[in-house]
Design a protein around this ligand. Structure first.
Ligand SMILES: NC(=O)C1=CN([C@@H]2O[C@H](COP(=O)(O)OP(=O)(O)OC[C@H]3O[C@@H](n4cnc5c(N)ncnc54)[C@H](OP(=O)(O)O)[C@@H]3O)[C@@H](O)[C@H]2O)C=CC1
Ligand SMILES: O=C1O[C@H](COP(=O)(O)O)[C@@H](O)[C@H](O)[C@H]1O
Length: 504
């Protein structure tokens, strides 16, 4: 595979113009992720010669104020490289602001005039990034598509999650968006798909002979998808309480990774071929049973003189909230490759550590010659492949190895590919990759509407049951390893959570 080159470096360089409008530019995501990612792309010469960035929101701001705001969060992540200040200045000069209401056609028509002015009659390519709460997605799409879309090039819209909160609302959102946009104009972002290790999953599996033949129920005992954060919902409680961890992390980020992990070999690397395979996995999944799910919520906790709040201490969260901040689930794919293999997911906030990883636990070696060296629990000596998505990206394989010496003592060691040791270059943020893909029209890492439907079909009955039965989450202390119920759930399926084995 080749390094990605500047998509605009050939003949079309000066004839077309790209504008990226960040709708909700005054918000947290725009400041934290989108503007810095756009700057990183500019720094790396991945944006065309003629590009402009527009911020759009209700907050009154001048262009200069937007630039000041953005400049606070731009970093030369490509740190200590030359010309950073100069590049920042040049980037900021391309950034403009338009204040408007989200449902006002008139305000979008004004934006259209400003965009046209910058485009100077060139072929116009317009990308709108909806970095706003979901209840205004449709208003913005209606106004942007009817009053500010490109007349001679393309118009694309990146939509941030949440894409609804169940099958019905997600279906309704899709229907409304499709009144104004064709499916190929909608880029539903799941930023986990833009993470380096998630992208690498297919490379690892399909370009190395040693993995693909083992990738099935014949050799894999279970697979684990683990997400944990060592902070709570501080500042986002209002949003979070309406969604909970299952909708926030499992139904999208972890399920997308699972689908990529478990899919059959696609016909090609084309977006449609890959998404066809992913959707087959999602549609082959067994309905999720309540008895295969554990939910938790963090409670206040004091440690070493420091006090950590409970989830319900957040003033925007109702005191009686049953919203889970932790969930663990055992899922199954009822197809020939994965029949009977538990796919375990675990996601939680305010836990003891921040990490995201995929763990593949293999079966034990039949008739192992060395079994007397392992003691009675053969499962303790099985291989485990770990893809650490973050932090400190790594791929390592736990193997059994002879301890050097005259005796025959075995231990567990790691074959370790630590990214920072092997690849000194800083890894691009997921938003950089995804923004560049949207600009290039590459849809592979975006979610197609049938994938979204299948993902909601899997989780909606469970979510409804949890809510209708008012299932009380198991409380766990802020900063702990989460509810003990998750161990029982794993044990019920003969699984041990790899992250808690004490071997890391
Ligand atoms: N923040 C994050 O880390 C992540 C966010 N997301 C999603 O991305 C989107 C944007 O997130 P984030 O930036 O945190 O959101 P914010 O709550 O910061 O909202 C973004 C902007 O939208 C406008 N806005 C906020 N609430 C309303 C409202 N009720 N009605 C109309 N306009 C409103 C505000 O701009 P103004 O008042 O100037 O118009 C605000 O600055 C959301 O859909 C979120 O779920 C997804 C993943 C992570
Ligand atoms: O989508 C979301 O992701 C973030 C975690 O993203 P990361 O890239 O920092 O791991 C999570 O905090 C947030 O609740 C969720 O909405």
């Amino acid at each position: 595979m080749t390094e990605r080159s500047n998509p605009f470096s050939e003949s079309g360089k000066t004839e077309s113009s790209l504008s990226i409008t960040v709708v909700g530019a005054s918000g947290d995501l725009a400041k934290k992720k989108i503007f810095p990612a756009l700057f990183a792309l500019f720094y790396e010469d991945c944006l065309p010669e003629n590009f402009t960035v527009f911020g759009y929101a209700r907050t009154k701001m001048t262009d200069e104020e937007l630039r000041n705001m953005i400049s606070q969060t731009l970093t030369c992540r490509i740190d200590k490289r030359e010309n950073c200040d100069d590049k920042m200045d040049r980037f900021l000069k391309r950034c403009f602001y338009h204040s408007g209401q989200y449902g006002s056609g008139e305000h979008f028509a004004e934006l259209d005039c400003k965009l046209k002015e910058k485009e100077e009659g060139r072929l116009s390519k317009r990308l709108f990034y909806l970095s706003i709460p979901p209840n205004i997605f449709v208003d913005v799409v209606r106004c942007a598509s009817t009053r500010a879309s490109s007349k001679n090039g393309w118009t694309r819209v990146i939509v941030e999650k949440p894409f609804g909160r169940d099958s019905e609302s997600s279906g309704e959102l899709t229907r409304c968006l499709k009144q104004y946009l064709a499916e190929d104009q909608i880029f539903r972002i799941d930023h986990y798909l833009g993470k380096e290790l998630v992208e690498n999953l297919s490379v690892l599996r399909f370009s190395n002979l040693i993995f693909e033949p083992l990738w099935s129920r014949d050799y894999i005992r279970n697979v684990q998808f683990i997400f944990s954060e060592d902070f709570g919902t501080e500042g986002r409680g209002g949003y979070f309480d309406n969604y909970g961890i299952i909708r926030d992390i499992m139904q999208n980020h972890l399920l997308q990774i699972l689908a990529l992990f478990a899919m059959e070999t696609p016909v090609s690397l084309d977006a449609e071929d890959i998404r066809n395979e992913k959707v087959k996995v999602l549609r082959s999944m067994r309905p999720l049973q309540l008895e295969n799910v554990v939910v938790g919520q963090y409670k206040g906790h004091s440690k070493s003189g420091k006090t950590y709040p409970a989830y319900t201490d957040d003033p925007t969260v109702p005191k009686s909230s049953l919203t889970p901040t932790f969930a663990a689930a055992a899922l199954f794919i009822d197809n020939a490759r994965w029949d009977g293999v538990p796919f375990l997911m675990k996601a939680g906030k305010a836990l003891h550590t921040k990490r995201a990883e995929i763990r593949v636990q293999f079966r034990h070696v039949p008739g192992n010659l060395f079994k007397r060296n392992f003691g009675t629990d053969l499962d303790k000596a099985t291989n485990e492949l770990v893809l650490r998505v973050q932090p400190d990206e790594a791929i390592y394989l736990k193997i059994n190895n002879k301890v050097p010496g005259l005796g025959m003592r075995l231990d567990r060691s790691d074959l370790n590919l630590l990214y920072r040791a092997r690849y000194p270059r800083e890894i691009p943020d997921a938003y950089e990759r995804l923004l560049l893909d949207a600009i290039e029209g590459e849809r592979r890492l975006f979610i197609r509407s049938d994938e979204l439907d299948a993902a909601w079909a899997l989780f909606t009955p469970l979510l409804k049951e949890l809510e209708e039965k008012k299932i009380a989450p198991e409380l766990y202390p802020y900063g702990s390893r989460g509810p003990v119920g998750s161990h029982y759930l794993a044990a019920k399926h003969n699984v041990r959570w790899g992250d808690l084995s004490g071997e890391d």
